[in-house]
Write a protein that binds this ligand. Structure first.
Ligand SMILES: Nc1nc2c(ncn2[C@@H]2O[C@H](COP(=O)(O)OP(=O)(O)OP(=O)(O)O)[C@@H](O)[C@H]2O)c(=O)[nH]1
Ligand SMILES: [Mg+2]
Length: 249
């Protein structure tokens, strides 16, 4: 929840989304101004803080960067419970490829095969007609892209989260235009239909990263209420928080 004392606002912010979508990278870009080409997958969750000054208030973000791996899914409520804002992240280069997707089902019926991403940063080939995954180890229900996962997170937040939660949908890796699989208009339309704020971001180039957190801060302050008109980042690396590894499986 957001708390305010003399125009100081403290707000819990949570990032959710499939593994590898760039949640940690977005936070590190915001908090430390850095980007790592080989960012390690988060275990459990990581905690960061950052302060943003608007003209009329100072916002201290307590940021919970959750782990996207499916085995940590059950921990998520611990992190989104009591949050004032949530950012659900997907990767514009990962595509909807589950057989549950009617388009993919049709393609498979037409005998058109394609590569699929299964979640462990691995790619498998969908064998059409035989309708199986070559490894044989992965159930078809598990095959989904990060945009589909993002929609599931949003549903979960809508069902179990705070009705006043400020929700953003971040379409990350916007620098990889040549590998784009999810159109900006798809994300935008979904966000519009579900009352979410939407931004295409790149943790790599910093496109829209500060803007994302600034927009969240603006809306938090508005909901308190007051009207910010400018932004100044404090702290950078000094403000970065500790990493917390809460759980091992
Ligand atoms: N090109 C590009 N690569 C990115 C971007 N954001 C993240 N990456 C890369 O994508 C990979 C995964 O990024 P992470 O930040 O670890 O993703 P995550 O969502 O935190 O993943 P989990 O912790 O496993 O849930 C890393 O190798 C990053 O360097 C981006 O905007 N553009
Ligand atoms: Mg991470």
């Amino acid at each position: 929840m957001a708390r305010t004392h003399n125009k100081n606002v403290q707000a819990k912010l949570v990032l959710l989304g499939d593994m590898g979508t760039g949640k940690t990278s977005l936070v590190l870009r915001f908090v430390k101004g850095q980007f790592l080409d080989y960012q390690e997958s988060t275990i459990g969750a990581a905690f960061f803080t950052q302060v943003l000054s608007l003209n009329e208030a100072t916002i201290k973000f307590d940021i919970w960067d959750t782990a996207g791996q499916e085995r940590y899914h059950s921990l998520a409520p611990m992190y989104y419970r009591g949050a004032a804002a949530a950012v659900v992240v997907y990767d514009i280069t990962s595509m909807a490829l589950g057989l549950g997707d009617p388009i993919i089902w049709q393609l498979s019926q037409m005998g058109i095969g394609r590569h699929i991403r299964v979640g462990l940063k691995e790619t498998f080939f969908l064998v059409p007609k035989l309708i199986k995954v070559v490894t044989g180890l992965v159930s078809l229900e598990q095959i989904e892209d990060s945009f589909v996962r993002a929609k599931k997170w949003i549903l979960e937040l809508q069902r179990q989260g705070n009705p006043n939660l400020i929700m953003f949908l971040a379409a990350n890796k916007a620098d990889l235009e040549e590998k784009r699989k999810v159109g900006a208009e798809d994300g935008e339309q979904y966000a519009k239909e579900n009352g979410l704020f939407f931004l295409e971001t790149s943790a790599k180039t910093a496109q829209n990263v500060n803007e994302l957190f600034y927009e969240i801060a603006k809306r938090l302050v508005k909901s308190i209420p007051s009207r910010p008109t400018g932004m100044k980042l404090h702290g950078g690396a000094r403000e970065s928080g500790r990493r917390m590894f809460c759980c091992s499986v």
